[in-house]
Design a protein around this ligand. Sequence first.
Ligand SMILES: [Zn+2]
Length: 296
Amino acid sequence: MRPSRRQLAVGAFVILVILALQAGFFGYKPAKSTRVLFITAHPDDEVIFFSPSILRFRASGCEIFLLCLTTGNFRGKGALRVAELSKAAAALQIGPSHLTVIDDERIQDGHHAEWDADQVQQIIAEEVLRRDVDWVVTFDRDGVYGHLNHKACYHAVRRFLSGCLAQAGVSGQACPQAWSLTTVNSLRKYSSWLDVLPSALEAWSGQATMLVTPSLLRTLAAMSHHASQWGWWKHVLLTRYTFVNTLQRISDDPLSPARPPSTASATLKSLARVSHKARTARALRMGLDSTGLRGG
Ligand SMILES: [Zn+2]
């Protein structure tokens, strides 16, 4: 019996999805041993949104660092959430020496919490210097679902990049490449692993770089450590961000020009202030190493 057109179409779709899943990485690929800094807003962002990128970069031989800009203290559980983050990061193969969590009253967790843009820019500049990173990865301007803190990460990275490019480098180092995690529409967002195919098509057409998770089990293991956020389990199992990420170069984004720094010298001064802060940063508790949790 000959298969119908519909059966052939479904078969071709399934084969294409399997091929895309197998490929794992389409588009611009970093060199082995590239140092990649992920910048997130809250403990659990690294699992819920970025785990395909973290795990795929890691599998490609990159060194991964994570900077989380708040302790996730919106409901007063900051200490607990930092402890959870430390375990979840370990499940994603990010050790305590590669994890930094910021505890700063000017940068707080909340849907309506405006951040001090200068302070966030300084923290990012210091972390880029300290870690000597080649790539920075964060949210895009829409922050996956519009969370103000996610969007603030994007704008802070753009601001940092503008300052860095204006100086032609960070203290003699080249500026890192900056990449943002693409926000997709709701239909795609909740299409789980099926979104691998449109993501692959975007990558083939040169619109993005696609990364497919090499280990769903690692993502689930990491999420299991965020016990205070288990309401997100349903989201984790349904969302495409558990299976696939697409990243876009921030400098290639023409719709929202980065805010220029006030002056190059002001940015240089801010970088110097940050270096001073790095030397005097206080080491706190909760299972991170002496450089892991920082106060403002
Ligand atoms: Zn978040």
